[in-house]
Ligand binder design. Structure first.
Ligand SMILES: [Zn+2]
Length: 198
C-alpha cells in the first residue's frame, strides 16, 4: 500500500502489544515528519537494547551487567528471594522501599488451561538456585493475584518444599485486588502487601 520501506516498518510495529495497523501508521508518519534526529535517537536506544542488555544468570532480570547490581549488592539479604512474573515488577517493589532481599524473575506463568511449558519459564533455574544455596531462608511468591499466578504459586510451593522443607514460603498479603497487575499497584498497597505477607 505504501512504499515497501514504510510497509515493512508498519508490519514490524504491529508485532508490539496493543499496536494495530492504525497506530503503526501513526508512529511511522510521526517519524517521517519529525525528522532524522528523533529517528536516530530511537535507533540508538534500540541499538543499546540489542547490544548492552543481558540476562542476569542468577535472577534472570534484564541488566547491563551479568550478574546484575541487585544480585551483587552485599547489603541485600541474599537468603531471601522474591519471585515475580515479569521484570517490570522489580522497580514496582523497589519503589516501596519495603524489601531488601533479592529477586527471581520467572518471565511468565503456567497457564492452567494449557499444557505446562516449563522450558519457557525460569522455574528450573529457580529450583536449581534453591538447591545450590542451602542457606536460603525465605521465598516470597509475589506473582499477580490472578488464575495463572495462583496456579504457578501452588506449583512452585510444592516443588520448593520438596527440595528444602525448612524454607519459609510466603506470599503477598491480600489487599491487592484479584486480577491486578503488580506493576501498576500503588506503592503503599504493594508495600503493605509485602510487609504483611502471609
Ligand atoms: Zn540478578
Amino acid at each position: 500500500m505504501y512504499s515497501p520501506s514504510i510497509d515493512k516498518l508498519i508490519d514490524t510495529l504491529k508485532k508490539l502489544p496493543s499496536v494495530g495497523q492504525h497506530t503503526a501508521e501513526r508512529y511511522v508518519f510521526h517519524w517521517l515528519k519529525s525528522g532524522k534526529s528523533e529517528v536516530s535517537e530511537l535507533k540508538n536506544s534500540l541499538d543499546a537494547l540489542l547490544n548492552n542488555i543481558k540476562s542476569c544468570k542468577v535472577c534472570w532480570n534484564f541488566s547491563d551487567t551479568d550478574p546484575c547490581p541487585i544480585c551483587t549488592d552485599t547489603k541485600r539479604t541474599q537468603t531471601q528471594i522474591c519471585v515475580v512474573e515479569q521484570a517490570q515488577s522489580v522497580p514496582a517493589i523497589e519503589k516501596t522501599g519495603a524489601y531488601k532481599g533479592v529477586y527471581h524473575i520467572l518471565r511468565g506463568t503456567l497457564d492452567a488451561g494449557e499444557e505446562i511449558s516449563l522450558d519457557d519459564l525460569k522455574i528450573k533455574e529457580l529450583l536449581a538456585r534453591i538447591e545450590k544455596n542451602k542457606d536460603t531462608e525465605e521465598i516470597i511468591l509475589a506473582l499477580n493475584p490472578d488464575m495463572p499466578g495462583e496456579t504457578t504459586m501452588m506449583y512452585l510451593k510444592s516443588k520448593i518444599q520438596a527440595i528444602n522443607s525448612n524454607i519459609k514460603i510466603t506470599r503477598l498479603a491480600r489487599g491487592l485486588p484479584m486480577g491486578s497487575d503488580l506493576q501498576y499497584s500503588d506503592e503503599i498497597t504493594l508495600g503493605s502487601a509485602l510487609k504483611n505477607r502471609l
